[in-house]
Design a protein around this ligand. Structure first.
Ligand code: SAM
Length: 472
């Protein structure tokens, strides 16, 4: 029985409710009156239910689709301005006991080099990342209680936060590790993590069990209820995602929004972020073998509809996607992207030739962070290395409150300008710096409040003189 308030996976992601939503969406995909009503509600930017959003996703009327895309763009501008937050993944270990059929780290893969970074190696990786200009990381690890116990993850987080190389610092460590216990989530919370990210992969229980035939990840309920345990453990910010290509995108879309509704219903706060990875080629994985691949047009529609359905949830796109694809999606609702990423263990300090590589998947966007920053600025975006919300306790429901009232601009915009200035001073190439300085001038001009503008101007000059880490 469908119940968003239940803490049982099969009740808050009730299969019958997902199927009924898909049927409702199919029946109404050309229902202009209903679509107009949904769009009217969506324009209030307070979000939509999964059923309403499913109708928009399926909508086939060209004119209405144009309205959907335009609205997504508008909501993106209203909530996030032109800011794009940057991060990089850091792979700690690819030892894994699971049997995920889409992931090359599955336990039966005997030829992929297995690696686990020592604390000394983590230090080298982090220095390499700091030297690129990164301030925010997402740590990634396979699931292996022997090789990668929680103590190893905690020690690694401590190491990462402790490294201060030149002007560098990692100020926010997000964590993408397998579902775990409330006790372990408490420990991660105490270690000062930012967002806990866990992709559902697929919400369809039957497919989930087939795609995860062996290992602890086989347990659908344990995996699906992980975010509840994370929140019980004190983690305010959680990041959802599905791996598009495994199951029907319509099913995943509705279920993903049901998951968000469940978190909101039980904890009063929805997901902090939603990631939209698509399955990619990797070592012994061929994405063509999965029947549910989605093309770029459907992908764009999904991003636009998520943006409309949950306006205050950040959306992340990684370097799994090409420059062209990322460019198309940015204005439809993406708020965070990775740049200069390596998906192998130890890949930043010591890049390996391809045949000795331990990459999790092939990266499509292989540009350096400097190139990505310049590209963003040329497209009119303001790259941001800001981590201030987290440092100032603006997480969970406190963050959502500010975000929903659209006050977030008063913090984020000046913080984005100041962290970009830090980047330009410390890491940018001459060309990127010159594009960036012009952009900063323009962005400071656009600050509406004169007191904020004055502080920003003073801080920019202090940053130029070598001071760091200013924030609102
Ligand atoms: N091992 C952790 C877990 O079980 O959740 C998470 C870390 S894993 C390094 C991060 C994510 O990469 C997975 O959740 C999965 O969605 C994604 N991934 C795995 N194989 C992939 C592939 N071939 N292409 C694209 N993404 C993939």
């Amino acid at each position: 029985m469908y119940n968003p308030k239940s803490c049982k996976a099969e009740e808050f992601i009730d299969n019958e409710e997902v199927l009924a939503s898909l049927k409702y969406a199919q029946e109404n995909k050309n229902n202009v009156e209903l679509i107009d009503k949904i769009l009217e509600k969506a324009r209030l930017a307070k979000g939509l239910t999964h059923r309403e959003a499913a109708v928009l996703l399926d909508c086939e009327i060209e004119e209405k689709n144009k309205e959907i895309f335009a609205l997504a763009e508008q909501i993106k501008k209203d909530f996030y301005g032109n800011r794009i937050v940057l991060f990089a993944p850091l792979y700690l270990s690819n030892y894994c006991v699971n049997g995920c059929v889409y992931c090359p780290y599955h336990a039966k893969n005997k030829h992929i080099p297995r690696k686990k970074l020592t604390q000394d190696e983590i230090k080298k990786e982090v220095i390499a990342l700091q030297d690129m200009g990164h301030k925010r990381l997402a740590i990634e690890s396979g699931e292996d209680p022997q090789n990668n116990p929680i103590e190893y993850i905690l020690e690694s987080i401590k190491t990462i936060y402790s490294i201060k190389h030149k002007n560098g610092a990692i100020r926010r460590v997000n964590v993408n590790i397998a579902a775990t216990t409330v006790e372990n989530y408490k420990k991660l919370h105490e270690a000062g993590i930012g967002t806990y990210i866990l992709f559902q992969e697929t919400y369809n229980k039957e497919s989930y069990e087939k795609l995860h035939p062996t290992g602890p990840k086989h347990n659908y309920a344990y995996h699906t209820e992980a975010m509840d345990r994370a929140m019980q453990g004190g983690i305010d910010d959680v990041g959802l995602g599905v791996l598009f290509g495994l199951e029907s995108y319509r099913y995943e879309f509705s279920a993903l929004l049901m998951h968000a509704e469940h978190l909101e219903a039980v904890f009063g706060v929805g997901p902090h972020t939603i990631s939209v990875p698509r399955i990619k080629k990797a070592d012994d994985i061929n994405p063509e073998e999965f029947d549910n691949g989605i093309d770029d047009d459907i992908f764009a529609k999904i991003v636009a509809c998520i943006r409309i359905a949950v306006p205050y949830t950040g959306m992340i796109i990684s370097t799994r996607e090409s420059e062209k694809c990322r460019e198309r999606l940015l204005h439809l609702g993406i708020s965070q992207i990775s740049g200069g990423s390596k998906t192998s263990v130890g890949g930043y300090f010591n890049p390996m030739p391809e045949d000795e590589d331990s990459s999790q998947f092939d990266v499509s966007d292989r540009r350096s962070l400097d190139e990505v920053i310049k590209w963003l600025m040329k497209l009119g975006y303001l790259p941001s290395f800001c981590t201030a919300c987290y440092g100032s306790g603006r997480t969970g429901d406190r963050f959502m409150e500010i975000c929903k009232s659209q006050q977030i601009h008063n913090f984020c915009h000046p913080n984005a300008i100041m962290t970009l200035k830090e980047y330009l001073e410390d890491y940018a190439s001459a060309d990127t710096k010159s594009v960036g300085e012009k952009l900063i001038e323009k962005e400071v001009e656009s600050l509406e409040k004169s007191d904020i503008k004055d502080i920003v101007l003073k801080n920019l000059s202090k940053i130029h003189s070598g001071e760091r880490n200013f924030k609102f």
